[in-house]
Ligand binder design. Sequence first.
Ligand code: MN
Ligand code: MN
Length: 466
Amino acid sequence: MSEKKSNGQARYDELAYEKKNYFEEASEAERTAMFDYAEGYKAFLDEAKTEREACDAAVRMAKEKGFTEYKFGDKLAAGDKKYFVNRGKSVVVFRVGTEDLEKDGLRIIASHIDAPRVDIKQNPLYEQSGMCFLKTHYYGGIKKYQWTAIPLALHGVVVLKNGQKVEIKVGESEDDPVFYINDLLPHLGAEQMSHNGTKIIEGEQLNVVVGGMPYADKDVKKKIKLTVLNYLNREYGMCEEDFLSAELCAVPAFRARDIGFDRALIGAYGHDDRVCAYPALTAVLNNESRHTVLAMLVDKEEIGSEGNTGMQSKIYEDLMEEICIALGASFRKVRYASKCLSSDVTAAYDPNFDTVYEKMNAAMLSCGTCMSKFTGSRGKSGSNDANAEFVGEVRAMFDRAGVVWQTAELGKVDAGGGGTVAKYLANLNIDTVDLGVPVISMHAPWELISKADLYSNYRAFIAFMA
Ligand code: MN
Ligand code: MN
């Protein structure tokens, strides 16, 4: 029996706000659903470590749900289920709703499918001191020292001299070899460890070991290099010059795994931002809506949303305009009525590094997907800073659907900051707010999230589409 609350306590509970832990709030059935949903997510993570692979996986999943490819100029009608692929690196999955598009607008969930990694240079291959290496240039914001002494897989494409495109993916099967970036033994590491963290491993030291066996011919000078070249030629039809037109990258060879005795958490490479892309995708694939809904899975967020596959590209604006034309609606009117969740991860409060967070406004693990009214750094510089009216509208959507969610900003004021694709959509005159899953060790080769937050994110997207 619980004791009766005092009047003051009852009044306090009525008026005060506190975050809730979604695991605690969830029913038994909901907790089972969380764990089931996480299985599909982990499989997606293992299948899709690069933007190309995530794009392919999304297309495969869309086809399985009866979605068909859309190209500019195609006719559209209410009920249509479509996907639009941009250069194999980004994909927009959408459903045409029944509402008047000019009045109702589009409901957009925008996420990204690229992740920090170590890209292979265009002239990368050399042999030195019994080892053969690939030179690299890192992609996105990494702590370089974290990428040494772990198993790495090589993923990507090579466009051969004859124009043929070949795919490479080595290090993901149990019987595949993996690759490696060297670090220094502590016995000789005193000088190295006296450096600032950014200098412990320098960019030009991120060289990937890819071989060690000399070719059996005494006359050849670079015997190990020849062994590697010979292998690449036999397997992929490559010669050294073909690296010039290749996009290869080293990613962690780890698979997604449950973390903890209770399996509440997931460790994986690339939660940022697949932990939003997968829920965005599955929300649109699995749920009908009277609204016209789009899940955008875009590339290049980690390097500033640049290029023709990044969110700043005109192609996404063109796509929305083409959809409007096909449905006989004015794009200007439609975008003014549109709503967008810019869905990217945020920093989860980490008690082991508490000095960089302001706890009242930090994302707490397992307290649900996290809305950030603004991102940016210093005085909100570079931020979209959503309007209170729109935040209120989205808040009401979540509350109606019983979504457990929270709000936060990334770190304490002046501790650092960040930003994502929100502002590019907001610049189009679309109401936009950031929403995403809190991540521990963001941008590390293996990041951590909570299954509760993953599922909360999915439920939030469904509420947004309803
Ligand atoms: Mn991100
Ligand atoms: Mn990121």
